[in-house]
Ligand binder design. Structure first.
Ligand SMILES: Cc1ncc(COP(=O)(O)O)c(C=O)c1O
Ligand SMILES: N[C@@H](CCCC[NH3+])C(=O)O
Length: 414
């Protein structure tokens, strides 16, 4: 998937000046491109053309209302993992009938909320979850549409923290245990068995693990069909990776093409839950260099964004490209790009060759997914503003937090 390209200070497709945005809205600042988001979403739909399908954008990647609203206008479905995400989808004009609800720990309240909202499907991850949903649906006099998430025990070859399809992971029901759970589900009065799903991990850079997972799920589906349990849909989850620099993941169309031979002539509806592939390269994080500091061992570029704004480098040792917004006459040298947070793990990039001076703006690329959504107020830092670039216009889609918002809901003792 292509980048939201920053070159000579301009976001190339949009021809918007990044420095102007930074001056107008302050830094750190998340900047997203509407055109890129829409192009990436469309690439998934185009890849599925001619097949019964539903693209359920994974809300956790970027849940800003404006982003969700763009998805809703495109006709997207949504993959949610909490009642909060469901509330966001509805507030943004999303259609609950196109929502699938994943996650290992759905509470009773979340089940009730989702049932009343009329979501498309609960992606259940354990037998106790099935029992709880049956009880909640019975109490409400409703029937809950479900899919069982299968853990196919397949290595996604991704970072261990974001690999989800191995048997040592908490996710899904082991393939070997799935049949009796399906049988029980099919016999329950307030459960309607609709489908099967899996999600083997995030930032996968090859199709092979997806195809292997699909093969395992189809074997299970055939066994179920032999018993008279016919499923309407197969949900392969999200996980298609992006290029943060060196990676060469398949494009959505290549990914879908890789799945088709295994799917054969089956009439199944196919659901995909992409998050990162749509959003990561549709956004950048803009930050200002506060100080250049010479150390004995290395030099530091101390910037005004930190691990609370973009956690991926600290949490996964993730590499994201950092580029100066404008060319500078300074001499290029290697810097560790670090934030003001009081942790040695607070870095955005290490050993980056940069020609920069204090006051310059830097863009961290690939920041549209799992950037703002994983941000926090650690060190009592207000969360960054978010701006959507739409053609040659910029729209503030989330204001930078004000200090008094930092202690909202807190109370001193009487
Ligand atoms: C169930 C589920 N679906 C979809 C996604 C989205 O994944 P990605 O952003 O890698 O496409 C995730 C996160 O990895 C997930 O846990
Ligand atoms: N937060 C992760 C992805 C998590 C996927 C959620 N299942 C990342 O930034 O790479």
């Amino acid at each position: 998937m292509d980048y939201f390209n920053v070159d000579n200070g301009l976001l190339m497709a949009e021809r918007v000046a990044v420095a102007e945005a930074a001056e107008a809205y302050g830094t750190p600042l998340y900047l997203y491109s509407r055109a890129t988001i829409e192009r990436h979403w469309q690439a998934f739909t185009d890849a599925m053309a001619g097949r019964d399908h539903l693209i359920c954008y994974a809300v956790k990647a970027n849940s800003n209302l404006a982003v969700l609203n763009l998805m809703a206008r495109l006709g997207s479905g949504f993959d949610i993992v909490s009642g909060g995400e469901l509330a966001r989808v509805i507030a943004a004009g999303g259609d609950p009938a196109k929502v699938v609800f994943s996650g290992v720990g759905k509470t009773e309240a979340e089940m009730e909320q989702a049932l009343k909202a009329g979501i498309h499907c609960f992606n259940l991850e354990s037998e106790p979850e099935l029992d709880r949903l049956q009880q909640v649906a019975a109490r409400l006099g409703m029937v809950a549409p479900v899919s069982l998430r299968i853990n196919p025990d397949i290595d996604a070859n991704s970072h261990p923290y974001i690999s989800t399809g191995l048997k040592q992971n908490k996710f899904g029901i082991p393939t070997s245990q799935a049949l009796p759970v399906y049988r029980r589900a099919a016999a329950m009065t307030h459960i309607q068995v609709l489908g099967m799903d899996c999600h083997i991990g995030s930032q996968l850079t090859e199709s092979r693990p997806f195809v292997e997972a699909l093969e395992r799920l189809l074997v299970l589906m055939d066994t179920l069909a032999d018993e008279g349990i016919e499923l309407e849909h197969l949900d392969l989850g999200g996980g298609l990776g992006v290029s943060y620099g060196q990676e060469t993941p398949p494009l959505p169309t290549e990914y879908v093409q890789a799945l088709l031979p295994t799917l054969g002539l089956r009439k199944l509806k196919l659901i995909l839950e992409p998050g990162r592939a749509i959003m990561a390269n549709a956004g950048i994080l803009v930050t200002k260099v506060e100080y250049l500091k010479q150390g004995e061992d290395r030099d530091f570029a101390i910037v005004d964004a930190a691990m609370n704004d973009l956690l991926r480098p600290s949490l996964y040792n993730a590499w994201q490209e950092i580029v100066p917004v404008k060319a500078s006459s300074a001499v290029a040298r290697p810097y560790d790009v670090v934030g003001p947070v009081c942790e040695t793990g607070d870095f955005l990039g290490k050993n980056r060759e940069l020609a920069i001076a204090a006051g310059d703006y830097l863009a961290v690329r690939g920041a549209g997914a799992y950037g703002f959504t994983m941000s926090s107020n650690y060190n009592s830092r207000p969360r960054a503003a978010e701006v959507m670039v739409d053609g040659d216009r910029m729209h503030l889609i989330r204001e930078r937090e004000q200090p008094q918002q930092l202690w909202r809901g807190e109370h001193c003792l009487p």
